[in-house]
Design a binder for this molecule. Structure first.
Ligand code: SF4
Length: 305
């Protein structure tokens, strides 16, 4: 197994939870297990963490257990992110949340990328996964987002292959390509054992001892805490408080954990496909171009698991 020496690797990509509030009730989101307190990240906390991450070139996605569009300082945060030269930032949002007001927020934010969760284009299954949401309306929302942002690159649909899905990978990606979107297909998994709906989960493998996701990706809660993973719904895997810790110290802690078996309970029953990704076997990419190239490879590897 390659040993990672550079403490920046675990922060190659970072998810920051602007909030864990959400109004969607997605079938594959085990929100009922979420015992971490609910809230919104403070603007000053966010500024401090984003500045530290920007210094090492992290790619930041605002997502987590909530809907980032609900943050009352959404526009202020976007403006701040745009003010940092070279910062790569974007959002993950659910298709049914893309009403005209939210599309305007996203368009005005001018992020580098937007990932839209649109699990399936099977209308019946879609409406099972998003109870109370209308398939045709959600499809219309994403098509309008595309039309309203013709120049935007990095508009990607995230499709989720559940056990109920009958379409092939080629059909799914072909559908979205024909509509002008990149598409990434991920397997529905149990999110560290938190999702127990067997009729949805399409992966059964238990993650390896050294998690490839943990090695190159970090998750920060709205309180500014670095957890082992976004699948931790209780906060039991806290590694560092990024309000006070340096990124270097937090990265060193993650590397020390990687030298042994993952010590966390959720890892023992984890079936996250990205955990199977190989650990990086090269020096940390110093330039933004080298990071982009590695990122492309990273996403491709996730797709093919
Ligand atoms: S093994 Fe699974 S739960 Fe543990 S850090 Fe990796 S992805 Fe998260």
């Amino acid at each position: 197994m390659p040993r990672i020496a550079d403490w920046r690797w675990p922060f190659f990509t970072v998810d920051i939870e602007l909030t864990n509030h959400c109004r969607q009730n997605c079938l594959f989101c085990p929100r009922e297990k979420l015992t971490r307190p609910a809230g919104f990240i403070e603007f000053e906390v966010l500024q401090s963490i984003v500045r530290k991450l920007a210094e090492i070139g992290s790619r930041i996605t605002f997502c987590g257990m909530g809907n980032p569009l609900l943050h009352p300082d959404f526009s202020l945060i976007a403006e701040f992110c745009r003010s940092i030269n070279g910062l790569s930032f974007g959002y993950t949002v659910q298709a049914p949340a893309l009403n005209s007001a939210n599309r305007k927020l996203l368009s005005d934010a001018r992020p580098g990328f937007i990932e839209i969760s649109f699990p399936t284009f099977d209308p019946g299954l879609f409406e099972q996964i998003f109870p109370g949401c209308d398939f045709a309306e959600s499809l219309d929302f994403v098509m309008k987002l595309r039309a309203e942002n013709p120049q935007m690159r990095g508009l990607t649909v995230i499709a989720i292959k559940t056990e109920q899905e009958t379409r092939s990978e080629n059909e799914i990606t072909g559908f979205w390509h024909s509509k002008g979107f990149d598409c990434r297909l991920t397997l529905c998994h149990s999110r560290g054992g938190n999702l127990t709906k067997e009729n949805l989960i399409s992966t059964r493998c238990i993650a390896p001892d050294n998690c490839g996701l943990f090695a190159t990706h970090s998750f920060v809660t709205w309180q500014g805490e670095l957890l082992a993973c976004c699948h931790d719904l209780t906060g039991e895997t806290k590694i560092a408080d990024l309000k006070s810790s340096t990124i270097c110290a937090a990265g060193q802690k993650k590397l020390a954990i990687l030298n042994d078996k993952m010590p966390f309970e959720i890892c023992k029953i984890c079936d996250e496909p990205a955990a199977f990704r190989a650990l990086p076997d090269r020096d940390y990419p110093e330039s933004s171009g080298a990071r982009r190239r590695f990122m492309k490879k990273w996403l491709k590897a996730k797709q093919s698991i």
